[in-house]
Design a protein around this ligand. Sequence first.
Ligand SMILES: Cc1cc2nc3c(=O)[nH]c(=O)nc-3n(C[C@H](O)[C@H](O)[C@H](O)COP(=O)(O)OP(=O)(O)OC[C@H]3O[C@@H](n4cnc5c(N)ncnc54)[C@H](O)[C@@H]3O)c2cc1C
Ligand code: FES
Length: 417
Amino acid sequence: MTSLGLLIWIGVGIVLQVGLFLGISFWQHWQSYSRLKQGQPDGDEAMTTASPRTEEVAGWSGFRPFKVARRDIEDPAGQICSFFLEPEERQLLPSFKPGQFLTFRLEVPRADGSGSEQITRCYSLSDAPQSDHYRVSIKRVPPPPQSGHPPGRSSNFFHDHVQVGTTLQIRAPSGHFYLEPGSAPVVLIAGGIGVTPVLSMRNWCQGRQPEREVWFFYGVRNSREAAFAAHLKAVAAANPRVHIRLCFSDPLPEDQPGKDFDHRGRVDVNLFRMELPLKPFHYYICGPTPMMESLVAALKDWGVPDTHIHFEAFGPASIMRQKPEAAVTAPAGDITVSFAKTGKQARWSPQSASLLEFAESQGIAIDSGCRAGGCGTCQTTIRSGEVAYRQTPDHDPEPGTCLLCVCTPRTDVTLEA
Ligand SMILES: Cc1cc2nc3c(=O)[nH]c(=O)nc-3n(C[C@H](O)[C@H](O)[C@H](O)COP(=O)(O)OP(=O)(O)OC[C@H]3O[C@@H](n4cnc5c(N)ncnc54)[C@H](O)[C@@H]3O)c2cc1C
Ligand code: FES
């Protein structure tokens, strides 16, 4: 073959290769375009989002009636009960992000027996999204020892009065504490009843991303408190990417290490040092405030970036990522808070954790539910002035209002209370 012939063959080869490459690229783009046109998720998204059926169903505003379809006791002590909730209209349910919660408006008997009153409480969804029901798991809250106070109103109402067939008023799933999709390995950490949102995350992974590496550290006192233990052990046995560590701080004499629990003691960073491989884990934590306060600080000291630490408290949130805005901008002791309806006025004290507590300390009664920015019960109109949020609230306050439980004043402020 002459050198001209050789050159022609090389040229033809190159043209064919380029043509083939362009053809494949065009075909891939066309496929992607067709999927988008039909409203189907594309590529990675298809692997990580919830079922298109439930994903496409819109949420609802305000409260909607649900019927209790089933109740299950989840712990040997009988203090945690799951409630399976079906919409009364029997339509498909909107999906939710694993870790989010429901807000309930309940009509509970008054402690003094004089009729009933309305209260609002939040409960985390404790399973992966399903198209026909939601599940919440509620721990009975006793009175503080030797306090003489009545037991927790909502939780005991659920345990004692909410039966199969009871109708409950529920607001659509919400909340900013949820598992980010993606492939990052995760460490899920639960203390006590804080197991509910992280269990939802774990179960979601099992259905949507079974290949994702999940470590699950669950701290309770002993086997009587270990809810969902059989379920957790079964999923770990079935999936080598899931590692469950049950930690008992006060095991019963009959609790056997290696069988009933994996670690004697509390969940802490020393345990992570021993157990976790060196990987850029994301940490999701839910538990009692002291556990969260110590763990979040210890993880930061250990060098875990702030953006890899996600947490939620089931009550007044005392853990903050940074100082409240108001503490930076407000001249201490120089702010006046006025309450228009009651006609009261007082100097703001930075020692007051929130405007809600400040109002209560002035003898002003304000309805509250979660006291953590989740339920909207403490929403109050601002007549004048500005407030600052200590943390991003899960509930979006209406324009011109604020959530007193997670607010501090930024300037002199007049509230409709
Ligand atoms: C986002 C979020 C998610 C949540 N998820 C869950 C979940 O999945 N499962 C769950 O079980 N909980 C969850 N909670 C907690 C739940 O919302 C309730 O706070 C919890 O059930 C207690 O409510 P209660 O009405 O039973 O108790 P409350 O009536 O609010 O009482 C709380 C405590 O105060 C005591 N008390 C009563 N009167 C007084 C008084 N005068 N002075 C001092 N103390 C008094 C009671 O005895 C009780 O110990 C969540 C909370 C939030 C914010
Ligand atoms: S009490 Fe729930 S948002 Fe303030």
